[in-house]
Write a protein that binds this ligand. Structure first.
Ligand code: DQQ
Length: 632
């Protein structure tokens, strides 16, 4: 590791800044250009680049009334096209280089075409398996099959042949989302939703033809399918996505399925002893009015005392249960911690105000349809999530692909706060780290920006700590109660924020994606900390949807502010306070690509200086290729 001093500076015209702890020699390394950038930061973050992005080519102007067609809704599933874009803006004239650059280097994605939800993740005979919703014919949703890939470390992946296609009446309109259950005798049971030939959502059973095949290449669909059909009172198109099964104290297996009644999102529970016949349990496991259809429900225990993950059937003292639902209406994943009553099969949230769909998000960014599995190989629970697109469908067709999966994350209960889970990239991703650079004690005066002198900025793992000058913090009188990431942005200055990192920026900051903390002070003198990612100036392309994502992050007394960012071309996964709050950004730079991409530290607060220390690693590319059948 080497320490890079030359990229550090602080503004000379900030009299309130705390004394610089750097040696005088380091000051000598200040670049004039950095000073110029520093004085521009507040202006740029507030007002955008100096020249308006009027250089957007207009060669592909579409008719004003053009609107991407809806995908999925007709078939009774949530909207799969990104449709917030009205079609009124000119499409950006992407070059092949820009589009090719958007493909990630260490995130899982198929070689081409459309992907959505992760399905049935599991570990078997030395291999991690991921199946996923996949259209083998196009970069748009439709003709949904199960794609399949395997890995020995959750990072390097080998693509396998498609595992299931819509070839029976009970799934001819789509082999939709499902989960796997490993039975104590070694069998693997897969339950999935089929969209039938007349568009009814049913649950089907499939299983590996040959358990001694580590690659599980052949999945067999049970001839008695479907094994569950929508029960009375449930809409034919509101019954989908079976969970991994768990065993109750009576020795019977349970499976949860998402649905709705009017606008109330619900979780139904079925009981089975043989996985071919099922009994619907009375009532619902849980319901939340106003949350609409629950897709991709996930239900699992977390230990309140240990750091290991728990197998899905584990219950008893020192255990809470996470209930997660993907809200069809909002396209967001929400979760809550609560208690599972195994006798009555009911789940109760710890805090009704933080119930599923109204409280905590799994990830505050572009993220949906997540699913966990218990990795008995390393005694951990691992979370997968689907990162969709926010460009136009037209752009996706030009790219020839759409969607990426997150880096798998471990999930544990946060024993310090007791109110949330912690998500953290699996340790295996650290094997891709190389060429680390450390920046220690970088002083960020109010209104400053500091370029990070790193060789390359498109594949990074960054861990950063920010310390706010305590006296200044306490001395600030400004009260800022109404703060909210999505209504503000990195350009909205408060006394105590925003400050953090800027990634995927070009050198003149035409394009930039700031990821930052913002501390708001309430009338009683208390603080709330927000963690946000501002995509508003992440791309000059007008058709791309750009938002400010984020939410509150618990910070306990005596804790420093910490963040970790995984930057992989067009994806930024950001974790605050060890994974209490997570934001995934899918962004589409036009300038900040390849060697032109830069990273910066910034402090756009008006009232405090911040000291940052960070380590930046370049990340190698993962090996994600077709399985080498021919070489065997
Ligand atoms: N995706 C699947 C459905 C699920 C939805 C269809 C969530 O089973 O409800 O591709 O994205």
């Amino acid at each position: 590791m080497d320490t890079n001093l030359s990229s550090y500076t602080r503004l000379p015209d900030q009299p309130t800044a705390a004394p610089n702890r750097r040696p005088v020699k380091a000051i000598a390394g200040i670049f004039l250009s950095i000073l110029l950038l520093s004085s521009l930061v507040a202006f740029i973050l507030n007002n955008g680049p100096r020249d308006a992005p009027n250089n957007v080519p207009k060669s592909q102007v579409l008719p004003e009334t053009w609107m991407p067609p809806s995908r999925g809704v007709e078939q009774g599933v949530s909207e799969k096209a990104f449709r917030e874009y009205s079609g009124m803006d000119p499409e950006y004239n992407w070059t092949n280089t820009m589009l090719a650059w958007q493909r990630t280097a260490f995130h899982f994605q198929p070689q081409k075409n459309w992907m959505n939800d992760p399905n049935a993740p599991l570990f078997h005979m030395g291999w991690y398996h991921i199946w996923y919703q996949y259209n083998p014919d196009s970069a748009i949703w439709g003709n949904i099959t199960w794609g399949h890939a395997v890995s020995t470390d959750l990072i390097h992946w080998l693509h396998l042949p498609i595992a299931m296609v819509p070839d029976h009446w009970f799934d001819s309109n789509g082999v939709w989302t499902g989960s796997a259950t490993l039975l104590p005798d070694g069998q693997i049971v897969i339950l999935y939703t089929g969209d039938t030939d007349d568009y009814v959502q049913v649950q089907n059973l499939a299983y590996p033809a040959n358990l001694s095949d580590p690659l599980l290449l052949d999945l067999v669909k049970y001839e008695g399918n479907p094994i569950m059909v929508p029960p009375p009172g449930i809409g034919m198109k509101d019954f989908r996505d079976p969970t991994t099964a768990w065993v109750g104290p009576d020795g019977k297996w349970r499976v949860a399925i998402g649905s709705k009644v009017n606008t109330t999102g619900i979780t139904l529970v079925y009981q089975t002893t043989n996985f071919t016949s099922y009994e619907l349990l009375e009532g619902v496991m849980h319901a939340v009015p106003g949350t609409g259809m629950w897709e991709c429900v996930d239900f699992y225990p977390v230990s309140t005392t240990g750091r290991n993950g728990l197998d899905t059937s584990v219950n008893g003292p020192g255990i809470k249960h996470v209930l997660k639902a993907s809200l069809d209406d909002e396209k967001k994943d929400f979760y809550a911690l609560g208690t599972y009553d195994t006798i009555n099969d009911k789940w109760t949230p710890d805090d009704p105000e933080l119930d599923v769909g109204v409280g905590l998000r799994v990830d505050y960014g572009k993220y949906y349809a997540s699913k966990t599995f218990y990795d008995h190989n390393k005694q951990r629970r691992i979370l997968w999530g689907w990162i969709g697109e926010t460009d136009s469908e037209y752009d996706d067709l030009m790219k020839g692909w759409a969607s990426v999966q997150t880096i798998p994350r471990t999930v544990v209960f946060d024993v310090k706060t007791g109110t949330n889970i912690l998500q953290w990239p699996v340790e295996e991703v650290e094997e891709l780290r190389r060429n680390s650079i450390e920046f220690n004690g970088v002083e960020l005066a109010p209104g400053s920006i500091v370029p990070l002198n790193i060789r390359s900025a498109t594949q990074l793992d960054i861990t950063a700590t920010f310390e706010v000058d305590k006296e200044a913090l306490e001395g600030v009188l400004e009260v800022d109660v109404g703060y909210n990431c999505s209504t503000a942005g990195a350009g909205v200055r408060g006394a105590l924020g925003p400050f953090g990192l800027i990634v995927l920026a070009d050198h003149s900051l035409f394009e930039l994606t700031p990821v930052y903390f913002y501390i708001s002070k309430d009338v009683g003198g208390g603080y709330k900390t927000f963690f946000c990612a501002d995509e508003i100036r992440s791309s000059l392309a007008l058709e791309v949807n750009k938002k400010v994502h984020g939410g509150m992050v618990p910070v306990l007394d005596g804790e420093k502010l910490t963040m970790r960012l995984l930057v992989d071309h067009s994806i930024v996964e950001s974790f605050a306070q060890g994974g209490r709050t997570v934001i995934t950004s899918r962004i589409y730079p036009t300038k900040a690509v390849d060697g032109a991409a830069r990273a910066f530290l910034f402090n756009n607060a008006t009232g405090v200086s911040v000291t940052a220390s960070l380590t930046v690693w370049e990340m190698k590319s993962a090996y994600i290729k077709p399985y080498p059948f021919d070489d065997i």
